[in-house]
Design a protein around this ligand. Structure first.
Ligand code: NAP
Length: 495
């Protein structure tokens, strides 16, 4: 195995893979081409992995098709036991998986450790849940007939995942799909294929049959061809995608030709509202967590921070002080709380948003520029009085930048919060029970964090409304995205 970093000291070196996993075989690209996976903290390559395209994707799809019937027909308890073995291996190798994740993605090790636990939890949850996929009987309106409802795995599925949660987004798709009896061909993001390949290595070790889960790698130039094969190949019955709205819409259009089932987990533009009756300590802690986690590179990060006029000045002062305590540094250093951004393009976008907010009248209270460490590090930033017209109020910034705005009444806060085509997550803090109910009912979002900044857990349905997506991942509802409902009309029964 030709890896670039002898310094990557994994306890189990075989978890660092530089080949894709197709039909149960570790494979190079047909033409032998590779691309570099780099460490965003240093810009150094970690490994080179195959640049694959439609031919390799097609082979993975055909292998998934060949594996489907036998996998589908296994008792759910057997599939659950296998997924549980993969989960146990992930926990056993959690330190290695977390290190790999930090090296390719940049987030602090403690966050990577948490992501591995979260990723592993989907395998356990969905394995168990798949044992409880029940059908139904419906009283027939006519004599001599019976109506039975049955549930079936959709079939061969495609999965495409982003770089910001390179492990959790893989299992949040693969675990429910495999648990219910589907097979899957998954393409991880260009920046973070190593976490997905490590999960495949553990799945192989656990005894997952060949073809049930294949991982096809490629860089950004290869992604359209891989995506095309997944959407155009009639063997594939469903595509699960997590990523940007722009790419989600392209894939949805491509799926339309065959009316292919899609689940889309797309971007957000989360409002974070603090009402005047909120517990400020709680609100400050919740905002710091949800804003700066993963350097602000999450789809559920607070993007528009709306603070009531009466508490605005105190909140801004205390929040700016707290943000100033964050330590920027490589994810591998235990002191670091904010790692590098994923790449130079991400840094450029954050810089552009800060400049644009200032052009629209915002005042800079903290940071505002690339961090002195260089590379793709950006200093934790707080901006005051951000205009609703500024780019950062309208698009995802995906950086450690908090833009605060003021509001003076509940209706205004709700109107501003809903003034976006997105509808993934929203947060608000209030101790007034009437307000909690009123505001919850009016916010147009799939997920509401009420007096909490932490909302990601495998037992709850994660997903958006409006342009943030279709479908739910996690919870008993997450099973529905990977099964289809049939009904049997039984006639000629006689009574
Ligand atoms: P992205 O650019 O849309 O990429 C996502 C995936 O799509 C990558 O694997 C990418 O491959 C692939 N891709 C790109 N163009 C494609 C095409 N034409 N056909 C098929 N696949 C294609 O998004 P990202 O920058 O990686 O991720 C950040 C976005 O994901 C943000 O908008 C964030 O909000 C969203 N997100 C949403 C959720 C959620 O649950 N709603 C969770 C996490 C992230 P390459 O990497 O090879 O280009």
């Amino acid at each position: 195995m030709a890896l670039d970093t002898p310094t990557v000291a994994l306890a189990d070196a075989s978890l660092l893979r530089d080949q894709a996993f197709i039909a149960g075989t570790w494979s190079d690209a047909d033409d032998g081409r590779t691309f570099a996976v780099t460490n965003p903290a240093t810009g150094e390559p970690i490994a080179h992995v195959p640049r694959m395209s439609s031919a390799e994707t097609r082979r993975a799809i055909e292998a998934a098709d060949a594996a489907f019937i036998a996998w589908r027909d296994r008792p759910a308890a057997e599939r659950a036991a296998l997924l549980r073995r993969i989960r146990d291996l992930m926990i056993e190798h959690r330190d290695d998986l977390a290190l790999l994740l930090t090296l390719e993605q940049g987030k602090p090790l403690a966050e990577s450790q948490a992501e591995i636990a979260y990723a592993a939890a989907f395998l356990e949850w969905f394995g168990e849940e798949a044992k409880r996929i029940y059908g139904d009987t419906i009283p027939s309106p006519q004599p001599g007939r019976r109506i039975l409802v049955t549930k079936h795995p959709i079939g061969v599925c495609g999965g495409i995942t982003p770089w910001n949660f390179p492990s959790a987004m893989v299992t949040r798709k693969a675990a429910p799909a495999l648990a219910v009896g589907c097979t899957m061909v998954l393409k991880p993001a260009e920046q973070t294929p190593l976490s997905a390949l490590a999960i495949a290595a553990l799945a192989e070790r656990a005894g997952l049959p060949p073809g049930v889960l294949s991982i096809v790698t490629g860089d950004a130039d290869d992604a359209p061809a891989i995506g095309r094969e997944l959407t155009d190949n009639p063997i594939v019955r469903k595509l699960g995608f997590t990523g940007s709205n722009e790419v989600g819409k392209i894939l949805m259009r491509q799926c339309a030709d065959q009316v292919k089932n899609v689940s889309l987990e797309l971007g957000g533009n989360a409002p974070f509202i603090v009402f005047e009756d909120a517990d400020l300590d709680e609100a400050l802690a919740g905002l710091a967590l949800c804003k700066f986690r993963n350097s602000g590179q999450t789809c559920i990060t607070a993007n528009r921070i709306l603070i009531h006029d009466k508490i605005y000045d105190e909140f801004v002062e205390r929040f700016t002080h707290a943000a100033g305590q964050l330590i920027v540094g490589p994810g591998t250093s235990p002191e670091s709380s904010v790692g590098p951004l994923i790449d130079a393009q991400a840094l450029e976008k954050v810089q552009r948003h800060v400049a644009d907010a200032r052009d629209h009248g915002a005042h800079l209270l903290l940071g505002g520029e690339a961090h002195e460490r260089g590379g793709t590090y950006f200093a934790p930033t707080v901006l005051n009085e951000v205009s609703p017209e500024a780019a950062m109020s309208r698009e995802e910034t995906f950086g450690p930048v908090a833009g605060l705005q003021r509001f003076s009444d509940e209706d205004e806060a709700i109107r501003s919060a809903n003034d976006t085509p997105y509808g993934l997550a929203a947060y608000f803090y209030s101790r007034d029970i009437g307000r909690v109910v009123r505001v919850s009912e009016q916010l147009e979002y799939g997920i509401l964090g009420i007096n909490t900044g932490f909302i990601s857990v495998e037992v709850a349905p994660f997903g958006g409304v409006k342009e943030s997506g279709i479908g739910r991942e996690g919870s008993k509802y997450g099973v529905d995205d990977w099964i289809e409902t049939r009904y049997l009309a039984l006639g000629g029964i006689g009574r």
